[in-house]
Design a protein around this ligand. Structure first.
Ligand SMILES: Cc1cc2nc3c(=O)[nH]c(=O)nc-3n(C[C@H](O)[C@H](O)[C@H](O)COP(=O)(O)OP(=O)(O)OC[C@H]3O[C@@H](n4cnc5c(N)ncnc54)[C@H](O)[C@@H]3O)c2cc1C
Length: 329
């Protein structure tokens, strides 16, 4: 029987990354097109942690969970995690492997695929099973102007998928999940990098952006640090997270970890406010599924106005302080 394996990422706060549940819902859907292929998770973590996640696995449609626990696995390590993953995959032989396109997943997935001499379709935004029973993985190409559906000639077929592209199941998918403990063979593996500490970014952390209800994003139209300061003040006044376009990141106005778009993050807040952002397709693909979008732009012909629920034509340097004043009152 075929097997779809998902990588269960443990975050630095020792939670399961929510992308796992989004992928699980999709994998259960795909498994139906593969004669009810089994859906399994691969969990690599420090000793004792797996116990905390068992209920989540049982409620999320997993048939099997392969657990590799070890006290050396307190933080993600490229060398240790990829060695363990490759060993388990060689043993279990899944047909499909799906990994969240998170910072960790983007590091781990290519290591696994190159060790296994198989293909990897990165940053997918759509997954399906074609008539031949192959994984059809869709991702933007040519700078987002085209969508390419890619098939993998070799096994396992691997893909990474961005968080928030798929939705988690609306209700529990309860399974009689089997937990299989595997002793990782990592005693002789040397880590090339040692973890010292996590340093939080200036504005916000990636995880906060993932769960933010309101995001205020700034673009090149904010011109300089003073412009971004106005944006941050406004965000604070309404309890929003700050994000940026690549234009703003390239200008050095914002850190790369808060970039939204094709080469940044995908977000789905209740409200997305784009200030001084033109609305290039590469930005739009990262925020278009927000519940409501407001755009502030000085140019009434800016493409962002084609994608928003409410457009404000005007100078962000005038509008942002006025809005901040209203909300601070
Ligand atoms: C392969 C590839 C991947 C990419 N990935 C991403 C990505 O992940 N995310 C991303 O954002 N981009 C990405 N880009 C870049 C993208 O194509 C655009 O260049 C970028 O989004 C433009 O950023 P911007 O809207 O901030 O700047 P601009 O396009 O320069 O727009 C600035 C806007 O500000 C407005 N403005 C100017 N002054 C004011 C003012 N005072 N008040 C209000 N508005 C004002 C202007 O009218 C203009 O519309 C990618 C490009 C490629 C080729």
């Amino acid at each position: 029987m075929s097997n779809i394996m998902l990588y269960a990422e443990v975050t630095k706060e020792n939670y399961l990354h929510t992308v796992l549940f989004e992928l699980a819902n999709k994998a259960v859907e795909l498994s139906k097109k593969l004669d009810n292929a089994s859906v399994s998770a691969l969990l690599i973590c420090k000793t004792g942690l797996a116990e905390n996640f068992k209920e989540a696995f049982i409620n999320s449609g997993f048939d099997y969970v392969y657990i590799a626990e070890n006290n050396r696995l307190t933080h993600y390590s490229t060398e240790l995690y990829s060695k363990i993953a490759v060993d388990i995959i060689n043993d279990v032989k899944p047909d499909i492997i799906l990994i969240g396109a998170t910072t960790q997943g983007r590091d781990l997935a290519p290591r696994i695929s190159s060790s296994l001499h198989t293909g990897l379709t990165a940053d997918c935004i759509g997954l399906d099973i074609n008539e031949q029973g192959k994984l059809a993985a869709t991702r933007p190409t040519f700078g987002g102007k085209l969508m390419a559906t890619i098939l993998c000639k070799t096994l396992p077929q691997m893909a990474t998928v961005r968080p928030k592209v798929f939705k988690p199941a609306a209700e529990n998918i309860i399974k009689d999940t089997k937990f299989i403990y595997i002793k990782p063979e990592i005693d002789n593996i040397e880590k090339k990098v040692d973890f010292i500490e996590f340093v939080k970014g200036l504005n916000t952390s990636i995880n906060e952006l993932d769960s933010a209800n309101i995001i205020v994003a700034g673009g090149k139209g904010l011109k300089n640090e003073a412009g971004f300061e106005l944006l941050k003040n406004f965000a604070e006044s309404i309890g929003a997270c700050v994000a940026a376009s690549r234009g703003a990141v390239d200008m050095g106005l914002a850190p790369a970890d808060i970039q939204i778009g094709q080469t940044g993050k995908t977000v789905t807040p209740k409200l997305y406010i784009a200030c001084g952002i033109s609305g290039a397709i590469q930005h739009i693909v990262g925020m278009q599924d927000s519940d409501k979008i407001i755009a502030i732009n000085i140019d009434e012909k800016a493409p962002i106005f084609q994608h928003c629920d409410c457009g404000i034509v005007g100078d962000a340097f005038d509008i942002l302080p006025k809005l901040t004043e209203i909300f601070l009152k």
